[in-house]
Design a protein around this ligand. Structure first.
Ligand code: BG6
Length: 490
């Protein structure tokens, strides 16, 4: 089932930021696995581009060294030996126009090839890189550009980046990455919703009591303190990953799976999000910052003691919020979003809580019967659980929660593509469905910005929480005000 677009057999993939963490930890390993599965275009050239003074051999050696560090015994030396000859390195200083000459030479040596420029650099360099590529005549109608997040700091800066890139690439040539959209279970959610008639009549305010979306991490800020302290959880996770998940859960069925049909429906959800600003911000949002605690059974320091963090930082490492979607389908249904670093577990899941039965025949109140719930677990394991009530065996009518469990790893034993493998394939094939359109991205900024403004002007510190917990107590209180609780608290 499904159609497979073919990538052009002759393709140049130019990775700016080629010596950076993302390239060496995610992109090259993804290419390596695709190569093992023989999914790469037949005549692919990968050109790593960065400021470091390396030659191609040194770049290949660096890549192999870093990948074998990350992949350990799983590093496929043989497959690498056959992929490495397809990888070149060109030194470019993004801000120095003259340094693009050599890159132009390498690309122009094979003018018939399609070109994908993957910008895995700081976003402040995007405009300069696109200007230089265009000035050297390297951008054609068949070229594509891939933009890594964070795309800006707020609506104005994201617009400025989009304007600069859009000056040289049409919207249909721009691939804005949100790696959550590349995750298999996220696409499965679309399959579940739109491939089955079963859920559609229930997927609405009449049957759904609330929806909870959690992406929690056990890790702290690791070595990214410099970056993270400028950004915080709202920009790092909510503006992009969590809102995209919300869109996939809440959007109307698109007319087809074509990129704009899907993206149009996601955009309608982002536009229908009820604004949260001013005094509402205190009622509907919680931000936290971790203090010393434990992770994986080991003591860990607090955020303010991490390397490269301002010891007086107000940056949030946790956000919980109550969103509402003003549409006929969802009016009045709270959508609770939550994300944080150094939390109790690494989990990404969507929980749809259905309403209680209207009347109980079992001698207890209808509200006290556990309502049905669907748990769509994306990480660490991939599964869908449907929580139902069943009769406990025996001579009395005692009800007990049971789970219908669909475990994807067990059901589908084939290898799952990781998010970057999937997204790289889509870029090479020219399929935009899983990439974020400019209007979506700007609508997301428009919604989060007043919340961040209110946090800043309040001057209040984020609420402390102990590393290794589910966040500040105020996060439970956020749901408590609706008489509800987070999934794991029940
Ligand atoms: C990234 C964030 O976009 O997503 C990181 O910048 C975060 O801070 C990561 O750790 C989480 O992704 P995943 O796929 O590990 O859940």
């Amino acid at each position: 089932m499904g159609t497979r677009l073919q990538a052009a057999p002759e393709l140049d993939l130019v990775i700016f930021g080629g010596t950076g963490d993302l390239a060496l930890r995610k992109l090259l390993p993804a290419l390596l696995r695709l190569h093992q599965d023989e999914l790469l275009p037949a005549r692919l050239r990968v050109i790593g581009v960065a400021r470091e003074d390396l030659d191609t051999d040194a770049y290949r050696a660096l890549s192999a060294e870093r990948m074998s560090q990350y992949l350990g015994a799983a590093f496929p030396a043989e497959a690498w030996a056959s992929l490495a000859p397809k990888i070149d390195y060109v030194r470019v200083d993004a801000l120095d126009a003259s340094s693009y000459a050599h890159l132009a030479e390498v690309l122009n040596a094979e003018p018939a090839r399609e070109r994908v420029f993957y910008l895995s650099t700081a976003p402040r360099l995007f405009a300069a890189i696109c200007d230089q590529l265009a000035a050297r005549g390297l951008v054609s109608e068949r070229s594509r550009v891939v933009l890594e997040k964070p795309l800006g700091h707020d609506l104005a800066s994201s617009r400025a980046i989009n304007d600069a890139v859009g000056g040289h690439f049409g919207e249909q040539q721009i691939y804005r990455i949100d790696h959550y959209l590349g995750k298999e279970p996220v696409q499965n959610l679309m399959a579940l919703r739109f491939g089955n008639a079963l859920f559609e009549p229930l997927w609405r305010r009449e049957s759904v009591r609330d929806v909870q979306i959690t992406v929690s991490e056990e890790l702290g800020v690791e070595s990214r303190g410099d970056f993270y302290d400028q950004v915080g959880a709202m920009r790092d996770m909510v503006q992009n990953h969590l809102l995209q998940l919300l869109c996939i859960v809440a959007m109307e069925p698109p007319a087809s799976i074509t990129p704009d049909a899907v993206r149009d429906e996601k955009l309608k959800i982002l536009r229908a999000l009820r604004p949260i600003s001013g005094v509402d911000v205190n009622q509907k949002t919680v931000r936290g910052q971790y203090r010393a605690g434990a992770a994986g059974g080991q003591p860990v320091c607090g955020y303010l003691e991490e390397d490269h963090i301002n010891p007086d930082s107000h940056t949030e490492t946790f956000v919980a919020l109550r969103a509402e979607i003003d549409t006929w389908r969802w009016a009045g249904v709270p959508f609770f979003l939550r994300t944080g670093k150094r939390m109790a577990q690494r989990v990404a899941e969507i929980v749809v809580n259905f309403r209680s039965v209207p009347h109980s025949i079992f001698g207890q109140s209808a509200e006290s019967l556990n309502p049905n719930r669907m748990v769509i677990r994306m990480q660490p394991d991939e599964k869908v659980e449907l929580h139902l009530l069943a009769k406990q065996p025996g001579d009395v009518m005692n009800l007990q929660p049971v789970h219908l469990n669909l475990d994807f790893a067990e059901t589908f034993r084939s290898r799952r593509l990781d998010a970057y493998e999937r997204l790289l394939m889509d870029v090479m094939r020219g399929n935009l469905t899983l990439f974020v359109r400019r209007d979506e991205q700007e609508a997301a900024w428009r919604w989060v910005e007043p919340i961040m403004d209110a946090w800043r002007t309040s001057g209040e510190r984020p609420k402390p929480y102990t590393a290794g917990t589910w966040g500040p107590a105020a996060s439970s209180a956020l749901l408590g005000r609706d008489g509800l609780a987070w999934h794991e608290e029940i």
